[in-house]
Design a protein around this ligand. Structure first.
Ligand SMILES: [Zn+2]
Ligand SMILES: [Zn+2]
Length: 259
C-alpha cells in the first residue's frame, strides 16, 4: 500500500508542468542554447536577459548615457536641462523625446545584424520587447502614427524587407498605433555606416520626401519615427525636420539601440 506524499505529488505536478512548457515552447535560447520555457516571441533565457546592455540613465533627447553623479540632479522634471547630454544642451534637436532600449554592444549588436542582414525576422520580438514595454507603461499619450525610416525602393527590392518597417509593424500590432509610410526615400544613398558625420549630412541632403497623400493630414499630429539603431541622429533629424515643417506638433524617435 502506498502512502500519499504531498512532496511527491508536488514534484509530479512540477514535472508535468515542465513537460507541458517544453511542448508548448520548445525553443532553446538563441544566445546560450539552453532550453527555455518563456513566451515564444522572446527567444532568450532569463539569465541571458539579465546580461542585455540596457541603457539606464540617458539624455532625454538622444539617449546618450548620462553618468549618475553628474548632469542628472533633477531627473523628475521631464526634459529639463539636467536630463540632457552636452550635445543636446548646445544643439537643437527637431524632436521632443527619444526612447532607445539598449547600448549597441554585444549581444544586441549581433542580434540586430542577424535581424537586419540575415533575414532572421523572428528576432524582432526579442529586440523590440523592452522598447514596447517602456512605451506601454509610460505616463504619456501614444502617438497618432508610427513612421518607419524608409528604404529606397532599389535597396528594398535587393534586401526583401525594410527592417525599420518590420519594427514599426511589431510596435503597431502590440500597442495598436497606426503605421503610416508618410516619408519616402527618393535618392539611394551609399551605406551610411561607412561615412563620417559631415559626409552623412551631404549624402542625406534631399534624400527624403513626404508622401503627398499625407501632406494635408498631419498638421498637429504626434508622430514617432522608428528605426533600429541611432548613431549620430542625422537620419532622424532629416525626417523630423520634414514632419515639423508640415505641421507635426510632437515628434519622438524610438529605436532599439544607440551606438
Ligand atoms: Zn541564454
Ligand atoms: Zn543628447
Amino acid at each position: 500500500m502506498t502512502h500519499f506524499s504531498p512532496k511527491k505529488c508536488l514534484s509530479k505536478v512540477k514535472g508535468c508542468l515542465t513537460k507541458l512548457g517544453n511542448t508548448l515552447f520548445p525553443q532553446s535560447c538563441i544566445l546560450c542554447h539552453s532550453r527555455i520555457t518563456t513566451a515564444p516571441a522572446f527567444l532568450i533565457c532569463e539569465e541571458c536577459e539579465q546580461s542585455l546592455p540596457i541603457i539606464q540613465t540617458s539624455c532625454a533627447l538622444c539617449s546618450t548615457p548620462l553618468s549618475t553623479n553628474s548632469n542628472c540632479a533633477n531627473l523628475n522634471s521631464a526634459k529639463s536641462n539636467s536630463d540632457l547630454c552636452g550635445y543636446c544642451l548646445n544643439h537643437q534637436r527637431p524632436w521632443q523625446n527619444c526612447i532607445v532600449s539598449f547600448h549597441y554592444s554585444e549581444p544586441i549588436s549581433s542580434l540586430i545584424h542577424r535581424f537586419k542582414y540575415q533575414h532572421e525576422l523572428r528576432l524582432i520580438g526579442t529586440l523590440s520587447q523592452k522598447l514596447i514595454e517602456e512605451i506601454r507603461y509610460r505616463d504619456s499619450p501614444l502617438p497618432d502614427a508610427l513612421v518607419p525610416v524608409p528604404m529606397h525602393s532599389k535597396r528594398l527590392a535587393k534586401r526583401g524587407y525594410n527592417h525599420a518597417a518590420v519594427l514599426a509593424k511589431q510596435i503597431s500590432t502590440q500597442l495598436n498605433i497606426p503605421r503610416k509610410n508618410i516619408v519616402k526615400k527618393t535618392i539611394e544613398t551609399t551605406q551610411l555606416v561607412t561615412l563620417k558625420e559631415s559626409e552623412r549630412k551631404n549624402a542625406l541632403k534631399n534624400s527624403f520626401e513626404l508622401n503627398k497623400n499625407y501632406l494635408s493630414d498631419i498638421k498637429n499630429w504626434h508622430i514617432a519615427i522608428i528605426d533600429d539603431v541611432m548613431t549620430t541622429g542625422t537620419t532622424a533629424t532629416k525626417i523630423a525636420k520634414l514632419l515639423a515643417k508640415s505641421g507635426c506638433e510632437n515628434i519622438e524617435v524610438w529605436c532599439i539601440a544607440r551606438t
